[in-house]
Design a protein around this ligand. Structure first.
Ligand SMILES: [Zn+2]
Length: 247
C-alpha cells in the first residue's frame, strides 16, 4: 500500500487518498476488523502520510456502508454512529480532509458528511451519477441538483462526482454543479466500464484520452480532478501534462 501511494505522489498527485474506503464497522463486518475501526483508519492515514512525505495532501476516504437505508437494511441512527466512529478515527490520525465518495444515496451521504464535518475537517462529498437515461441520477433516483443540495445542506465544503460509467458526460455534470453552488468541485471519473479479458478486468480508456476529457471538466469549473476505478499513476501523469500545456 505504501508503494501504491508513493507511485501517485511520484506521478504528480497533489492530493492522495487513504485506503480506508471500506473501513467502517458495517462494511468490515465478517472480516475480523469490525471492532478495530480506529486502528485500521489510523494505519491508513499513517501509510498515506509516509508516502506523501510532505509533497502531497492526505485526504481520508470514506465510502458507503454497503446497506440500503431506503430498504430498511440499516437505520439512520446506526449510520450516524458508524460514520462518526470512522470520521473521528481519521481526524485523530491527522488527515487533512475527509472525502465521502462513491455514494449512491444522498440520504446516506448526508449522514456521512455531517459526521465528517463534526470533526472540524474540510469535507469533500461526492456521489455516483450512473442512473437514468442521461446518467445524471443517483442509483436511488435523485437528480444531480437534489443530491448536491443535500450534500451542501449537510455541510460539505466541496461537492462532486466520482466513479460511474466513464468520463463521458462529466463536463456536463460539472457545469450543472457549478449552477447549483460556487463551492469547489471535485471530479474523479473511472476509466469506463471494465471488459473481461480472461480472468482480469481490463479498461480500454487510455491515459491521454482520459486527460483530454478531464481538461473539458476543468473548463466546466472543476477544482480538483483525478481518476477513480481503472485509472493508475500513468493517468495522473497524463492529467498533469495536459493541464500544464493548457495553462
Ligand atoms: Zn470508482
Amino acid at each position: 500500500m505504501l508503494d501504491v501511494a508513493r507511485s501517485y505522489v511520484a506521478a504528480g498527485s497533489e492530493v492522495i487518498l487513504t485506503n480506508t474506503f471500506r473501513a467502517n464497522c458495517v462494511a468490515l463486518e465478517g472480516t475480523g476488523f469490525a471492532d478495530r475501526v480506529r486502528e485500521v483508519n489510523r494505519a491508513g492515514v499513517e501509510i498515506s502520510r509516509r508516502a506523501a512525505a510532505g509533497r502531497a495532501h492526505v485526504f481520508a476516504s470514506m465510502g458507503p456502508s454497503g446497506r440500503l437505508l431506503a430498504a430498511g437494511e440499516i437505520s439512520e441512527r446506526r449510520l450516524e454512529e458508524t460514520f462518526a466512529e470512522q470520521a473521528r478515527a481519521l481526524a485523530e490520525a491527522g488527515a487533512d480532509a475527509i472525502v465521502i465518495e462513491t455514494m449512491s444515496d444522498p440520504d446516506e451521504a448526508a449522514i456521512a458528511v455531517a459526521a465528517a464535518r463534526d470533526t472540524g475537517l474540510p469535507t469533500v462529498a461526492c456521489m455516483v451519477f450512473d442512473s437514468g437515461s442521461d446518467d445524471d441520477h443517483t442509483f436511488t433516483g435523485a437528480t444531480l441538483e437534489t443530491a448536491i443540495r443535500a450534500l451542501l445542506d449537510a455541510g460539505a465544503s466541496v461537492i462532486g462526482a466520482n466513479c460511474g460509467r466513464g468520463i463521458e458526460g462529466f463536463a456536463a455534470l460539472c457545469a450543472r454543479m457549478r449552477a447549483v453552488s460556487d463551492r469547489p468541485i471535485w471530479i474523479k471519473p473511472s476509466a469506463g466500464l471494465p471488459e473481461l479479458d480472461g480472468e482480469r478486468a481490463a479498461y480500454r480508456m487510455t491515459p491521454d484520452r482520459f486527460a483530454e476529457s478531464l481538461s473539458e471538466v476543468v473548463r466546466a469549473g472543476a477544482t480538483f480532478v483525478g481518476g477513480c476505478c481503472g485509472t493508475s499513476p500513468a493517468f495522473v501523469a497524463a492529467i498533469r501534462r495536459t493541464l500544464a500545456r493548457e495553462r
